[in-house]
Design a protein around this ligand. Structure first.
Ligand SMILES: Cc1ncc(COP(=O)(O)O)c(C=O)c1O
Length: 377
């Protein structure tokens, strides 16, 4: 059997282990400590725009706290991109609110500004103004932020930017994760950098970030005993995970280049196959970290996305269909949805190719040879 090629596996640099050892040597094994403060500073410096950062146990926890900070409560409605991972939408349900799903556009595969505007107008006409808008930068590709922010501003609805997959991407030269009233990042094991598990909440509003840190550490009031005036959460990142994160920040820009090189390689090797279409950056103002390289497969040539996925699987190569839209998920059945079928088509035709920044030339060659063979049989 050929050795396994993973979709996106962790890729450590040289400083991570040194930092973790230092955390052990100094016995900072708690969900607080100098590496947590340092990781927050590193992230804030990298993102720029004067943001503040709270390091948390996951991107999902960050989304949950973002909705809490924005006052989302039971009975509220929150607009969410339909085409995404379920973690973008689940925190809406944690708050007892209702998700209103909005379809994607062809250009970026992210939230369609036209459908967003239509959805907001329709919800308002039905008597309920959405409390927040969750926009996602899928696979690292920036959403059309100018138009989305303009629509959100017009209706005075705060944007939560789900940049879980998009650290290192930029839109009009500005880092993703700095556009939303609240933004989130993920450092899950498959992401462009990882802390084994973790996330961050980002905002220009320092008071919100301070409050998020307070809520994330069980909402302990200032008292020598345990005193609580709020419901709290255990959502803080540990000092050991943050030690890994600081080392990963040292190599983030290399990881972006390595993932972008994967995309360029696949594109060069496979673009002669007319059935395969790549997710291009719409113009030079969109800069994707290419967290995952993704393609669409037009099955009218006789080879489907599933044919390719199964052929890769036979060769011990992991690939995966694009995210199944939330409006098609049984758990969100009946939730309001505004769409034109774009995300359904993307889901039917789309495939994520192995995209790890630690892939060797030989591994990438195995992937393209296997895909090419699907079209020559
Ligand atoms: C788009 C998106 N949002 C949210 C998350 C949740 O992040 P986490 O796994 O750190 O909770 C992920 C990834 O896991 C994601 O891909």
């Amino acid at each position: 059997m050929n050795t396994k090629i993973w979709l996106s596996s962790p890729h450590m640099g040289t400083n991570e282990f040194k930092n973790v050892k230092e955390a052990f040597d100094t016995n900072w094994i708690a969900p607080l400590g100098p590496h947590v403060d340092g990781f927050e500073r590193d992230l804030a410096e990298f993102l720029g725009e004067g943001v503040h950062v709270a390091a948390l146990s996951s991107g999902t926890a960050a989304l949950h706290l973002a909705l809490i900070m924005l006052g989302v409560q039971a009975g509220d409605e929150v607009i969410c991109q339909s085409m995404t991972f379920s973690a973008s939408a689940n925190p809406i349900a944690y708050q007892g609110a209702t998700p209103v799903f909005v379809d994607s556009e062809d250009r970026t595969w992210n939230m369609s500004p036209d459908l967003l505007e239509a959805a907001i107008e329709d919800r308002i006409s039905k008597g309920k103004k959405p409390k927040a808008i969750i926009v996602v930068h899928l696979y690292g590709m920036p959403a059309e932020m100018d138009r989305i922010m303009a629509i959100a501003d017009l209706f005075a609805i705060p944007v939560v930017e789900d940049a879980a997959e998009a650290l290192g991407s930029t839109y009009k030269g500005r880092k993703l994760g700095t556009f939303g009233a609240m933004s989130i990042l993920s450092f899950n094991g498959n992401k462009i950098i990882t802390t084994s598990g973790g996330g961050a909440l980002v905002s220009n509003n320092e008071a919100h970030i301070k409050q998020a840190r307070f809520l994330a550490t069980q909402a302990r009031d200032a008292a020598p005993h345990y005193q609580h005036s709020h419901i709290g959460y255990n959502y803080r990142m540990s000092n050991v995970c943050a030690a890994i994160g600081r080392g990963q920040m040292d190599v983030l820009l290399d990881r972006v280049q390595q993932r972008r090189a994967n995309y360029s390689f696949y594109r060069e090797e496979l673009s002669a196959i007319p059935a395969i279409q790549f997710a291009e950056e719409p113009n030079a103002t969109y800069y994707s970290n290419r967290w995952l390289s993704t393609v669409l497969v037009d099955d009218s040539q006789g080879v489907s996305r599933e044919d390719i996925r199964l052929a890769l699987e036979k060769e011990n190569i992991e690939s995966r269909p694009l995210w199944k839209p939330m409006h098609l998920q049984p758990v969100f059945e009946g939730a309001p949805y505004y769409g034109d079928g774009t995300s359904e088509r993307l889901f039917d035709q789309g495939l994520c190719l192995p995209s790890g920044s630690n892939m060797t030339d030989e591994q990438r060659r195995r992937v393209v040879n296997c895909i090419k063979a699907c079209f020559t049989q």
